[in-house]
Design a protein. Structure first.
Length: 559
């Protein structure tokens, strides 16, 4: 038997390694996400549903676009500089000036008046009692809101201007954009007509002035010439010739000026008759538009991401308030206990025992059981028959399943193993295994004491046997009788290992007599359910009995 003064103590080197261990890794992150998957997923789905409702209830926005080509007044030419380089720079100021003209009040106002946008629900303010006196303010407000929804920009470095308007109606947006482009071209033609008219009026007035001056200069020259020819040749002939020459020169000058002004007037009249705008509509807006806001795919995707982040935040808060055992490293670091790892013992309850002819075991379960068996072999127990107790923190089948798996693994390794079901539960995997193997307890409870231990052992396989304690003991009675039954003095020398499924601490009274008959104990806790305080108290309870605590097994069963 194990020396009762031997109590599990932690190694200082192990404690230093535990302090230096990195507590957060990919495995911890995966366990965190797996544990709170419902909270994170539910939060993401809730946000997505709210976003879907928002998309369908919020008014949609449509953007209609048209393109206008600005023709420069003078064709761009490749100008060679003194350095020999070619200047390809476009006239940016001209294009920017046209963009500002399209955004101006003079261009937008005709569109607002023609389409009667001052009474539009989207652009106009609610009607007031003094609507007549506030009509100008109302109109300015409509133009301002119109300009806020208007976007005019240059396409790259070209002479093409893209005009866009945002509205809740696709047909209205396209109608407004096309009307604005036409109004811009009409405005441009009107300015050309106005400039040509003003220039023609000035030229007509100038031609009349030059014509009057020409007639006057011609009459003066003719009168002077007539007066000179009627006079006799005298000494003043030279002066007369000079004066006549000056008069003829003035007449010629006024005639040239008159002819030039008349030519300009003719050109102005001809150009006014064939006015062409300096801008052309390259593409008009189509009424068939796709909704750009809110974008259902984008809004739902952002809502899913935001919901997942919110769920992670809530999960992190709940996880910080969770006092249960969450990872093997937490057991080793905070509870100072060896942890064999995590195992889904619920799967083991449904899995049949393996024999030598069929030894296929799940890799994870096989690795887990190997760690437990290595710990048993390394415990240096002082008895030839090792009595290992399996103790659970709370009620359930976890201890019975682990007992069955560990005993089967030891039996497959060639060790004669006995399973003792002392869990006081008549409905667990060990009871089903005992009855399936031929266990037949006495009918009368008073005959139980007369039955020998060896006669109650049932053979499961060549190296595996099972016995079930059927003593009429309830949870409130003393465990003295059961403690005596666990000695098995008559069969102790036959088996290499005795694996005992003990009652859970939830039904075990505060007595150390039951644990005193075991050489070592393996503690079973439920991952994410068993409080750290309960596991710590269970470890201290085992150590106080003088029994070796081999380690802790974490049951990660979902149920």
């Amino acid at each position: 038997m194990l020396d009762k003064t031997q109590i599990f103590k932690s190694d200082p080197l192990q404690e230093s390694r535990s302090r230096d261990r990195r507590h957060t890794g990919l495995e911890d992150l995966f366990d965190f996400l797996l544990k709170w998957a419902r909270v994170i997923g539910g939060s993401a789905i809730l946000f997505a549903v709210l976003a879907f409702i928002y998309v369908h209830l919020s008014p949609p926005d449509f953007v209609a676009s048209a393109q206008i080509l600005i023709n420069p007044p003078q064709p761009q030419q490749l100008l060679k500089q003194d350095s020999g380089l070619i200047d390809l720079t476009l006239n940016n100021s001209q294009v920017e000036s046209q963009i500002e003209i399209m955004r101006s009040y003079s261009t937008i106002l005709p569109v607002v008046q023609d389409l009667k946008l001052d009474s539009d629900d989207e652009l106009a303010l609610p009607n007031r009692a003094d609507a007549t006196s506030a009509s100008n303010k109302q109109l300015y407000g409509v133009v301002g809101r119109f300009a806020s929804r208007l976007d005019v920009k240059r396409v790259s470095q070209s002479y093409i201007i893209q005009v866009s308007f945002r509205s809740q109606s696709s047909s209205k947006a396209s109608k407004i954009v096309n009307a604005l482009c036409e109004a811009y071209i009409k405005n441009q033609l009107a300015r050309k007509v106005e400039d040509a008219t003003r220039s023609r009026e000035w030229l007509e007035h100038r031609v009349q002035q030059l014509q009057t001056q020409l007639h006057k200069a011609a009459h003066d020259a003719q009168d002077f010439r007539t007066g000179v020819s009627g006079q006799s040749q005298a000494t003043g002939q030279l002066d007369a010739e000079v004066t006549l020459s000056q008069l003829d020169s003035a007449t010629t000058t006024y005639r040239k000026m008159y002819e030039s002004a008349l030519e300009k007037l003719t050109e102005n009249v001809q150009s006014t008759s064939f006015l062409v705008a300096d801008a052309n509509i390259v593409s008009s807006a189509s009424p068939e538009l796709a909704r750009i806001f809110p974008n259902p795919k984008l809004v739902v995707a952002v809502a899913l991401l935001g919901g997942a982040l919110f769920g992670i935040s809530v999960a992190a808060l709940l996880d910080s308030l969770d006092t249960s055992v969450r990872s093997p490293s937490q057991v080793e670091d905070e509870l100072n206990c060896l942890c064999f790892g995590k195992a889904n013992l619920a799967k083991g309850a449904r899995r049949a025992l393996r024999n030598k002819a069929h030894q296929k075991i799940e890799t994870r379960t096989k690795f887990f059981l190997n760690r437990v068996m290595v710990a048993i072999e390394s415990a240096h127990l002082q008895s030839s028959c090792r009595n290992i107790g399996i103790l659970a923190v709370s009620e359930g089948d976890a201890s019975a399943v682990l007992t069955k798996q560990l005993a089967n693994a030891l039996a497959l390794s060639g060790k004669k193993t006995l399973i003792v079901d002392a869990s006081l539960s008549r409905a667990n995997p060990l009871s089903a295994l005992a009855y399936a193997s031929g266990f037949n307890p006495p009918v009368q409870a008073e005959h139980y004491e007369a039955v020998d231990d060896r006669s109650r052992i049932v053979q499961v396989s060549s190296n595996l046997s099972i016995i079930q304690l059927e003593t009429p003991i309830d949870a409130g009675s003393t465990f003295g009788t059961m403690s005596e039954k666990l000695i098995f003095s008559s069969v102790a020398g036959v088996y290499d290992n005795i694996i005992v499924s003990l009652p859970s601490l939830a039904v075990m009274p505060p007595s150390l007599s039951l644990l005193a008959h075991t050489d070592a104990v393996i503690l079973v806790a439920h991952l994410g359910k068993s409080p750290k305080e309960s596991v710590a108290e269970a470890a201290e309870f085992i150590r106080a009995s003088g029994t070796l605590l081999l380690g802790v097994v974490l049951d990660e069963s979902k149920a």
